[in-house]
Design a binder for this molecule. Structure first.
Ligand code: FAD
Length: 419
């Protein structure tokens, strides 16, 4: 079998893999990405949050993204019936990035991968990792190309950025059931109707259909809008019995105030897709000679759009630590990687759970007045602190809603329920 030798091997060319590669490219001589698909390829995860802009900026990828004309995203609007609650990223507690983008990921991921390749990182597309063996920190990864040819890549460090592929958790028997209940999603891209006097483009909108059944609308600069539903699988059953995916989407849209006005009879720009039980976890996030990042390590839930930011945060951090390790430094992967990432995941977990048990929805809507689409939320200080969490600043311990996330949120929901 053909043999190859690299210093660092990255599995997967999604945002986690390309940010890791962009960081390592000037530092590491023999660096390679292996990617199962041919780009462009579709992947869900189209609404970014501001924190990830720091990662693209740090590794010099912001410039090329800025040239693409993606739809700017300045906030998130939550809508239940005729009430709405807006979080404007320009007005938040943490002194961080104040906006981001809404991106068709096939295009976005290809722009990132092409730029990394242009800078000299080889990407072997249509090359799937099928096996890995470790001898201490040294690894031998077996890959297979689209014609069935196998070869082995020897590496001093492997960064698993394989997203839903979850390559190392599967190959090393480390898959752990997620603590989140299984949920289902149905989504597509639609051609949005223009409603006179209304502009929805600069923000993601979350529409609450029922407490545990919600919709997103993410407009792109190409005129299409990503629309999707997430909920307990039982929420979808009644629709599944009656029609195909397109019929199901149209029916659910017609039932949701605000969404129906935007997408009634809208043309599909992409056939609908359904996915189930997407929450994932891994028993370990690192080991001798490897680190697991992004979705491959943990994915909680689509609400709050944190997936790409966790992917780039973990990809970048793993790259930095791996480089230092190759330089001979002893790295405390538990403290500096696994515990650090987990502390951010924990904050989001609190907010995701509070979303589905209704606490967060009450916080968002009980303080809003009865009029149509009024933005009115708790006190200004509280709104700004929660806004920073929605912007991805879940490691900012000066924010009480990060530091004491569970206690702060549960106290706030009790207070709000007294109104
Ligand atoms: P990916 O982007 O999935 O990239 C992994 C790459 O690895 C892929 O290109 C794949 O082909 C490759 N690969 C897989 N297996 C192998 C193999 N064996 N060998 C070689 N290569 C391999 N996130 C957001 O930030 N915003 C959102 O609005 C959002 N919405 C979501 C909605 C839904 C319904 C779901 C389920 C998720 C959503 N997410 C969202 C999460 C988002 O999809 C992911 O968190 C994000 O794509 C993770 O990036 P990544 O780089 O870890 O992996």
């Amino acid at each position: 079998m053909q043999q190859e030798h690299v210093d660092i091997l990255i599995i997967g060319a999604g945002p986690s893999g390309t940010v890791a590669a962009a960081y390592l490219q000037p530092l590491v001589k023999r660096l390679k990405i292996v990617e199962k698909s041919k780009f462009p390829r579709f992947v869900i995860g189209e609404s970014l949050i501001p924190k990830c802009m720091e990662h693209f900026e740090e590794v010099g990828l912001l410039d090329v993204l800025e040239k693409q004309g993606y739809q700017e995203k300045h906030g998130a609007r939550f809508i239940r019936g005729h009430r709405s609650c807006l979080f404007d990223f320009g007005d938040q507690f943490t002194d961080g990035k104040k906006w981001t983008w809404q991106v068709p990921r096939a295009d976005f991921d290809k722009v990132l991968a092409d730029e990394v390749e242009r800078r000299g990182v080889p990407i072997d597309y249509e090359t799937t990792v099928i096996d890995i063996e470790f001898d201490g920190t040294q690894s031998m990864t077996t890959v297979e190309d689209k014609d069935g040819n196998k070869r082995q890549i020897h590496a001093s460090f492997v960064i698993d950025c394989s997203g839903w592929g979850r390559v190392l958790p599967r190959l090393l028997d480390m898959v752990k059931p997620s603590t989140m209940p299984p949920r289902k999603t149905l989504f597509a891209h639609l051609k949005e109707k223009k409603i006179e006097g209304e502009s929805n483009v600069g923000q993601i909108a979350f529409y609450i259909h029922r407490r545990d059944f919600w919709a997103w609308a993410i407009p792109f600069s190409n005129g299409n809008t990503s629309v999707g539903f997430v909920g307990n699988p039982a929420c979808f059953e009644i629709y599944e019995k009656s029609g195909d995916l397109e019929w199901q989407m149209r029916t659910i849209i017609s039932e949701i105030v605000g969404l129906s006005e935007r997408f009634d009879k809208a043309e599909f720009a992409m056939p609908p897709v359904s996915m189930q039980a997407f929450a994932a976890s891994s028993k370990e996030q690192f080991g001798d000679g490897f680190a697991i990042t992004g979705n491959s390590s943990e994915f909680l839930d689509p609400v709050f759009s944190s997936g790409v930011t966790f992917a780039t945060e973990s990809g970048l951090l793993a790259a930095k630590l791996a480089y230092r390790q190759l330089q001979g430094e002893k790295i405390d992967w538990k403290t500096d990687y696994a515990d650090y990432m987990e502390s951010g995941v924990d904050v989001f977990r609190t907010y995701v759970n509070a979303w589905y048990d209704g606490d967060l929805q009450d916080i968002f809507f009980r303080t809003a007045r009865e009029d149509k689409f009024v933005d009115n939320f708790a006190t200004d200080a509280t709104r700004r602190q929660i806004c920073s969490i929605l912007a991805g600043y879940v490691w900012d311990k000066s924010n009480p809603y990060v530091r004491k996330h569970q206690r702060a949120l549960s106290s706030l929901s009790k207070v709000v329920r007294m109104y």
